[in-house]
Write a protein that binds this ligand. Structure first.
Ligand code: NAD
Length: 568
């Protein structure tokens, strides 16, 4: 087999990005997306090793192809510049620059915020095709999904912020207390300063820009670090934000662990991280060193409880859309597992099978409407969940996979053991186990025995069950009789609880997430009562006691010399 290099994709600041290669067998391209077979650590690129003006790329395609190849070509000066490592010093000087911009007050003005949001909308409109192509490269994300769940949601966030910003920025009147009478009070939203946003690969466009919208709306300077696991979108974001937004205040740093570590060493005013809980802990520990507040948008196992009294077709369709129609299950709020009754499980499985065939045809691996698995590491992770001895025999639908194309078909499993891997880690892929119980109410104990999920779903026509579910189950968010779409409502906060995250954003919650709520009390210099000042006397104490007890009559009595002597 002969391997040829068709393009070299160098991410700014990130010399270890992957080469784009294609596999050619007898002159025929046999795996055009071979780049995706390379786990990031399987490809090694060694620039500057042989000659200062030439790049020598070498890589090994390890998993199923054991070949290697090298290619040299002249290096351009600007490429060399881009490949300089982004280290702690680079991070410090970036922050210094952004602090200067923030200190100038530029980002605080309403006009600046509005202009950036408008520019972002223009950026999206001008580049819709490029965005879809990047998502296609990174995840083979269907254009429909790219439009609905990445492009339009990001635009909607900008439009919503533009519409509401004036109102959000207005100080909020607060009640006053008798202790400060006369006075007025308000809550003033002020930007934190310089914020860091670290995003994940599965919705690489939306998850990068949605928080940026909030940070800009709140008047901050921002550094965005997109995920290296979706390099095409990462590079595109770096280019587009530089072209369309004010780069004295909004920057993108591309890279992986080393670059993120360099960023995390700095003192930020707020950090929003999207990703897994293990790295969430690293982010929080780094932030703690500087007392930086964090928002952690994490994941978890989101359950779907299905009662037997539901409309089967609608329920199956909505479960399937939330699972396989969202990046083929690679979504933080995708249904992770179903709980239903033993009696209803066969009906539900039939319903899901029919819908799956309607959605993706008889051979889902050939469907253009299913995303592929992001890379070979995640493919192997999912294969391991499926291949575990106690699980592999439980497949009741699907199970097909094609490693060369990183495709896994929608797969349903029935009654996998509680102690299996698939029931103990977030699946984040197209596998959907079904757990059965005697009574639907028994599902509550199963959910409560686990970490609090990011989302919990219930399909039922019983108002009683619905009420009990809302009252008894703790989750980041909850949706009755549908999946996933609660995230499109900007009036609802989006975030986790416990293991599924800290803090929330979306809509006004994004503005609040990136604003410090400053308490401001206004008093005048007239009407100064001596009662609070020394020398402290029993009479003053009686007056204060009455005031603090909320007794106006007591205060008046004390003022004119009456009232109980409690402490003198
Ligand atoms: P990922 O691999 O893209 O990592 C996320 C970010 O962390 C990246 O920018 C990456 O560069 C950085 N990172 C990785 N290792 C690091 C380290 N050691 N130190 C510092 N930074 C590091 O994404 P992932 O973690 O695979 O994302 C999937 C997880 O994210 C799932 O658990 C999913 O549920 C969750 N998720 C949550 C949301 C949400 O909104 N709550 C959205 C999407 C994904």
């Amino acid at each position: 087999m002969d391997i040829s290099l068709i393009h070299i994709n160098i991410m700014p600041y990130h010399a270890s990005s992957l080469p784009l290669v294609k596999l050619v067998n007898n002159g025929k391209v046999c795996a055009p997306r071979i780049r995706n077979l390379l786990g990031d650590r399987e490809a090694s690129i060694t620039p500057k090793q042989t000659h200062p003006t030439s790049l020598r790329f070498s890589w090994r395609i390890s998993s199923s192809f054991s070949s290697s190849a090298t290619e040299s070509r002249p290096i351009m000066e600007d490429e060399m510049k881009k490949m300089e490592r982004f280290d702690s010093d680079s991070a410090a000087s970036l922050l210094k620059e952004l602090r200067g911009t923030f200190a100038s007050g530029k980002t605080k003005s309403y006009e600046w915020r509005v202009q950036q949001l408008k520019n972002m909308i223009k950026m999206i409109d001008d580049n819709e095709r490029a965005i879809m192509e990047a998502l296609q490269q990174d995840l083979a994300k269907p254009r429909f999904e790219s439009f609905v769940s990445e492009i339009s949601l990001t635009k909607a966030a900008c439009n919503h912020a533009l519409k509401e910003l004036k109102h959000w920025m207005k100080p909020e009147k607060a009640k006053t207390a008798i202790t400060t009478f006369p006075s007025s009070a308000e809550i003033v939203s002020e930007p934190f300063g310089i914020v860091l946003i670290i995003s994940a690969w599965n919705y690489p466009f939306l998850l990068s820009l949605d928080p940026v919208v909030g940070a800009i709306a709140a008047g901050n300077s921002v550094v965005l670090k997109p995920s290296e696991i979706s390099p095409a979108t990462s590079s595109l974001l770096a280019k587009l934000l530089e072209d369309y937004l004010d780069s004295s205040a909004v920057r993108v740093v591309e890279g992986a662990v080393a670059e993120t570590t360099a960023l995390l060493e700095q003192k930020w005013d707020k950090i929003l991280y999207t990703g897994n809980g293990k790295v969430g802990r690293i982010v929080m520990a780094a932030a703690a060193k500087h007392l930086t507040p964090v928002i952690l948008e994490l994941g978890g196992k989101s359950p779907v409880v299905v009662d037997s009294n539901v409309n089967l077709k609608v329920s199956a369709r909505r479960i399937a859309a939330g699972k396989w129609g969202c990046n083929n299950g690679q979504a933080c709020i995708a249904p992770d597992y179903i709980i239903t009754t033993k009696a209803y499980a066969p009906t539900l499985i039939d319903g899901l099978k029919n819908i799956l065939e309607e959605f993706f045809g008889k051979d889902p691996l050939e469907s253009k409407d299913l995303s592929r698995i992001v890379n070979s590491n995640h493919f192997s992770r999912l294969a391991k969940l499926l291949d575990e001895d106690k699980v592999s025999g439980k497949i009741v639908h699907g199970g097909q996979r094609d490693e060369t194309r990183l495709m896994i078909a929608p797969t349903i499993l029935l009654d996998v053991p509680e102690d299996s891997l698939i029931m103990n880690e977030e699946i984040f892929g197209p596998l959907l186990p079904i757990i059965t119980v005697d009574k639907v109410e028994d599902s509550f104990d199963i959910i409560k025995s686990r970490s609090k999920p990011l989302a919990a779903y219930l399909f039922t026509s019983s108002k009683k069950l619905e009420k009990e579910f809302v009252e008894n189950i703790s989750a980041g968010g909850m949706l009755i009789n549908d999946t996933v779409v609660h995230l499109t409502n900007p009036s609802l906060p989006f975030g986790g609880v416990g293991e599924s995250g800290i803090g929330s954003y979306h809509g006004k919650f994004s503005f609040d997430a990136f604003s410090h709520k400053k308490a401001v009390l206004y008093r005048s210099l007239y009407g100064d009562a001596p009662v609070r000042y020394p020398p402290y006397t029993p009479g003053k104490l009686r007056i204060l006691r009455a005031i603090l007890d909320g007794s106006i009559i007591g205060a008046i009595l004390a003022l004119i010399g009456f009232g109980k002597k409690k402490l003198e």
